[in-house]
Write a protein that binds this ligand. Structure first.
Ligand code: NAD
Length: 244
């Protein structure tokens, strides 16, 4: 069994997940870097994490119940415990409702919402036995306020908030906290893909006057995982520059 606390970060080969993996490693966690298909990038994150401690890359598609179970089992084989699960994997397939395809809805719900449920389900037994654990789900500001052209993504992110609040009520007696972070606009590969005029429109809605960076989310996740946050559960922490 690892002497370090163990954190699984899903979708950790890029963007916010990458930053969280590296910051958790720097703070003394053994970090499992889950990735879908970019092994080279995941290996680079593991390398960065290993300069501070232990880390392992594990491939898994979190939308698959079986693959999520294998990810949890491999983590337990390697480290013997799971202290923190960060459900960060996410995709978007934006389209206005008239043009949105059924596949676009199903794919986004499967990864974002079902993936969060799958991973939470598979760590439950371990965290119950440990009588401790932290689950941190990455939602989105749009899951709180809605957004045109993102009915699928927003439904998945609002669903994550409901899942978070329900699991917090179920798991509290086992001293497991479950919280969500709702990022605003954060500069990552997901938002790099947006057109300049769309970015300008978002920027105009941010009182702090800049886009967020992955470290803004990583530092919030580190706080929620810390002992200082042990009485915080079922909450949605907005990290959005004052947008709402
Ligand atoms: P990103 O595209 O860099 O990260 C998403 C990660 O999820 C990628 O590494 C991708 O490979 C992984 N992933 C996708 N499908 C997967 C699957 N089936 N199984 C496992 N991993 C999978 O973008 P990001 O901005 O870093 O996004 C991270 C999270 O933050 C997402 O949940 C996203 O919805 C959320 N978020 C981002 C912003 C933003 O402004 N960037 C705002 C709010 C919420």
């Amino acid at each position: 069994m690892s002497e370090r606390k163990v954190a699984i970060v899903t979708g950790a080969s890029s963007g916010i997940g990458r930053e969280m993996a590296i910051r958790f490693a720097e703070s003394g966690y053994a970090v499992v870097v889950n990735y879908l298909n970019n092994k080279d990038q995941a290996d680079e994150v593991v390398e960065a994490c290993r300069s501070s401690g232990e880390s392992l890359a594990i491939q898994a598609d979190v939308s698959s119940f079986e693959a999520s179970k294998a990810l949890v089992d491999q983590t337990l084989d390697a480290f013997g415990r799971i202290d923190v699960l960060i459900n960060n994997s996410g995709i978007n397939r934006d389209a206005l409702m008239l043009r949105m395809k059924e596949d676009d809805f199903d794919a986004v719900i499967d990864v974002n919402l079902k993936g969060t449920w799958n991973m939470s389900k598979h760590v439950t037994r371990t965290m119950f036995k440990q009588k401790s654990g932290r689950i941190i789900n990455i939602s989105s500001v749009v899951g709180q306020i809605g957004n045109p052209g993102q009915a699928n993504y927003v439904a998945s992110k609002a669903g994550i908030i409901g899942l978070t609040k329900s699991l917090a009520k179920e798991f509290g007696r086992k001293r497991i906290t479950v919280n969500a972070i709702a990022p605003g606009f954060i500069e990552t590969p997901m938002t790099d893909a947006l057109e300049e005029d769309v970015k300008e429109t978002y920027l105009a809605q941010i009182p702090i006057g800049r886009f967020g960076s992955p470290v803004d989310i990583a530092s919030t996740a580190l706080f929620l995982a810390s002992d200082d946050a042990k009485y915080i559960s079922g909450q949605v922490i907005g990290v959005n520059g004052g947008m709402i």
